[in-house]
Design a protein around this ligand. Sequence first.
Ligand SMILES: *[C@@H]1O[C@H](CO)[C@@H](O)[C@H](O)[C@H]1NC(C)=O
Ligand SMILES: [Zn+2]
Length: 377
Amino acid sequence: MKLSFSSILVFVLLQTLTAGYPFDDVRVLQVAEKDVITVKESEKLNLLRRGVKFFDITKQQQSGYFLRPSEEDPAIPEYTFPTKMNYTNAVHKLISKIDQKNMYDKLAKFTSFYTRYYKSNDGYEAAEWLSKEIESVVDKLPKDMVSIEHFDHKEWKQYSIIVKFKGTVTPDNIVVIGSHLDSINLLFPTLLPAPGADDNGSGTVTNLEALRLFAEYLSSADHVLKNTIEFHFYSAEEAGLLGSLDVFTAYAALKRKVVAMLQQDMTGFVADSKNEHVGVITDYTDKPLTNFVKRVIDTYLSIPYVETECGYACSDHGSATKNGYPGAFVIESEFKQTSKYIHSTMDTLDKLSFSHMAEHTKLVLGTVVELAAWDQF
Ligand SMILES: *[C@@H]1O[C@H](CO)[C@@H](O)[C@H](O)[C@H]1NC(C)=O
Ligand SMILES: [Zn+2]
């Protein structure tokens, strides 16, 4: 059969409207604790456009691994976290080396990909670039201390990146620092640009800078690395936390012990510079871990925190929680003051504050150095 030009055009248009899917397949979405719905891929995009947050649990349902609609999420163990900061000299030394110019350059490169949409080739190339960047940051460390894994999601091309610094005393205790590397333009994901500077390139660059300095700390003679520290850069957050859900479901199946997960997502926008602060998320997060994070902020940041909420399934820490792991999330500000430009062509570099992003990097550095040495998990 010969295809006419116009029928090809209609096909391309349909593909675009259905976010790159030649067939409008069915997705299973969890939109609240006990509320699971089934929609077409095209309707899922409409939900995202309306700002509805959810876990896309299609894969987990199909594999029968977890989550029949009525099923409760697993209980989260109560771990003890440090009440006093014990490595202030080491952390302050690292903080003094945070390089905002470096962060700017990396984010400029990262946002120069036309889009980081997880189903696009540009989104794959962005992951490739980030992976090489991480390699160059850790290449001086001993090979048995650090490894970089490309977590293959099979269903789509863009992988998640897992950087593992193996603990020397209790390597089974895992502390995870997360952010997502994808971006989205909700109007036409497969067609329009999505620079995704704040959402959520800023989280990635915040963590990349912390990773660079943590690697420097580990190359010094007096570092302490009892527990395993992992930096995760997730694919496909914007499509229902697909990437992080895939990763943490695999971890739970392998019975891995994640003792803490701290998410960085949207770290660069300051709505009111006279009232600069970070937002500590208090809903769907772990209380003991969140209390520890507040102590890190009080000790190491130059700005205070405000408690705020962001709703069900609002970022990748939700995927940790869903699999029985303690999760925490610190965002750029009180939720109502966060960037209005996300998910559009206007989410660009010029709207961000790199000194604010540096505050988030301090938070990550304090967290990893203190928890790498904690011996009471
Ligand atoms: C504080 O750090 C020192 C040096 O690593 C260590 O010997 C000591 O046990 C730590 N104290 C606590 C309470 O973690
Ligand atoms: Zn987003």
